[in-house]
Design a protein around this ligand. Structure first.
Ligand code: NAD
Length: 239
């Protein structure tokens, strides 16, 4: 099993779904896991710091609380996210657009900002895993803010991967297909039925399946920079 002993991890949105499975997977592998969420986890073992990922003061307080107690942060999973109101763009709900972009894209970047500042101070590397989605990689009917946010997370993460590679702070994004979590229950049944139809495995993924991939990316076993490619003109491209 992947060994994360002694590592301290923050998981945003760690009180439900993929985030909760990720935090539980970290604990099982020997790490300390802190859920940074609006709501506390229904799990006696995972620590909780009430956090709003759209609020810089809340994020600074999160980092301070964790560093005061554990003195370092080794892993960040910027996972908190919400679904969108599906509609063609001609019927876009502008408030919903802003809310989804604020949480799913800006929230990831802000969380990275304050945690990576701490990782820079520690000067001992780190692993940042940001949550994208299949909808950030391919088109989805009636999706606007969610697709834009998740595509933004994917490409933003590549830029950070090449920016921080030499300092040993690794950035990866995961882009799951459809996963059996409370987030899907916020969508109409015809939408979730269509999602199952698009899954090659013929079912929704389980949160633990995504959590296992995240645990690997968080571990020292993934500590080589596999994503940076040096192009012929000497520039770097993350893949
Ligand atoms: N479920 C899927 O099919 C699927 C597929 C691909 C990607 N994702 C992404 O995975 C991530 C987790 O989704 P999930 O399905 O586990 O959802 P979920 O609803 O079960 O969990 C999301 C968590 O994020 C928290 N959260 C929401 N807004 C927040 C904020 N402002 N600050 C802090 N926490 C906040 C919620 O309280 C909740 O605990 C999301 O980014 C989602 O977009 C989900």
């Amino acid at each position: 099993m992947i060994d994360l002993s002694g590592k301290v991890a923050i998981v945003t949105g760690g009180s439900s779904g993929i985030g909760l499975a990720t935090a539980q997977g970290f604990l099982k592998r020997g790490a300390t896991a802190v859920s940074a969420d609006l709501d506390s986890p229904d799990d006696g073992q995972i620590e909780f710091v009430k956090t709003d990922v759209t609020n810089p003061e809340s994020l600074q307080k999160l980092v301070k609380t964790v560093v005061d107690k554990y003195h370092h942060i080794d892993i960040l999973v910027a996972n908190a996210g919400i679904a969108e109101k599906k509609a063609p763009v001609s019927e876009l709900d502008e408030d919903n657009w802003q809310k989804v972009i604020n949480i799913d894209l800006t929230g990831v970047v802000l969380t990275n900002k304050y945690v990576v500042k701490q990782m820079e101070k520690q000067d001992s590397g780190g692993s940042v895993i940001n949550m994208s989605s299949i909808l950030g990689l391919v088109g989805g009917p009636k999706s606007q803010a969610y697709s834009a946010a998740k595509a933004g997370v994917a490409n933003y993460t590549k830029s950070q991967a090449v920016t921080y590679a030499a300092r040993g702070i690794r950035f990866n994004a995961v882009a799951p297909g459809y996963v059996n979590t409370p987030l899907l229950k916020t969508l109409p049944k015809e939408t979730t039925d269509a999602m199952i139809g698009k899954m090659p495995i013929g079912r929704l993924a389980e949160p633990e399946e995504i959590a296992n991939v995240i645990a690997f990316l968080a571990s020292d076993e993934a500590s080589i920079v596999t994503g940076a490619v040096v192009s012929a003109d000497g520039g770097y491209t993350a893949v």
